[in-house]
Design a protein around this ligand. Structure first.
Ligand code: DX5
Ligand code: ZN
Length: 227
């Protein structure tokens, strides 16, 4: 049970942040697409990097991230779905504000989070649906953002997994109990109705690919996601 005071504490000063995922854009027009979505009200742009090992898909890497950085005017939130984030994060670092690594691959998670922060970016830790929440608990005091995946990572356009809200609630509770301040981000299947569920559970950063980039009216969609 989350006590009222702790719940209030955990929600305090956490603005709702809309982070559309560029993975759902028209890749023939990346520049125009990023500008269109920024103008529609995006707070951050979410960049999904996939290596074909950690997930069964390959998206884009440092050169595309660098190109996006040249035209973006909002912070870039980089989600590394790769087997060796410890090895590759320095190649993204000069171009982005936040780097999120997954807890599942075999590498030194704590050291990598520390190195990301020392290099001047904020650091996030992501947890995939099958992974128990206990895996991220040892790192909660070392992160700026916890990314609770609400689909299995690898593809856009999948359905929101509501049972993951137990992890969001647990994160919000521990954050309040431990006096921590990390963002809680959800990613996958976010639309105006699932966004409401995620926000009610304690998430404040909403990643939405399909619903924003494929909307008839992206500004209206972002407004509805926010409300
Ligand atoms: C999934 C990615 C997500 C995805 C979200 O591996 O991390 O960011 O692109 O896309 P939608 O909003 O379409 O589920
Ligand atoms: Zn993502």
């Amino acid at each position: 049970m989350i006590r009222a005071k702790e719940k209030e504490e955990s929600m305090k000063s956490k603005p709702i942040i809309l982070a559309p995922s560029v993975l759902a854009c028209d890749f023939n027009n990346i520049e125009a697409e990023c500008q269109r979505i920024e103008k529609a009200g995006a707070d951050w742009l979410h960049l999904d990097v996939m290596d074909g090992h950690f997930v069964d898909n390959i998206s884009f890497g440092p050169p595309i991230v660098e190109s996006i950085a040249k035209i973006a005017t909002v912070p870039l939130d980089t989600h590394l779905m790769i087997e060796r984030p410890d090895h590759f994060f320095p190649r993204f670092l000069p171009h982005v504000s936040n780097i999120t690594v997954h807890v599942e691959p075999h590498y030194d998670v704590g050291d990598t989070l520390k190195r990301i922060r020392e290099a001047g970016a904020t650091c996030g830790l992501a947890i995939s649906p099958p992974t128990p929440f206990e895996k991220v608990e040892p790192y909660l005091d070392q992160i700026d953002l916890l990314l609770v995946m609400t689909v299995n990572p690898g593809f856009g356009g999948q359905s929101f997994m509501e049972p993951m809200m137990a992890k969001v609630k647990r994160a919000a509770l521990l954050r309040a109990q431990l006096g921590l301040d990390f963002h809680i981000e959800v990613d996958g299947g976010i639309n105006p109705s699932t966004s409401a569920i995620a926000r009610e559970s304690g998430a404040n950063v909403l990643v939405a690919g399909t619903s924003v980039f494929r909307a008839q009216d992206a500004a209206l969609e972002i407004k509805e996601l926010r409300e």
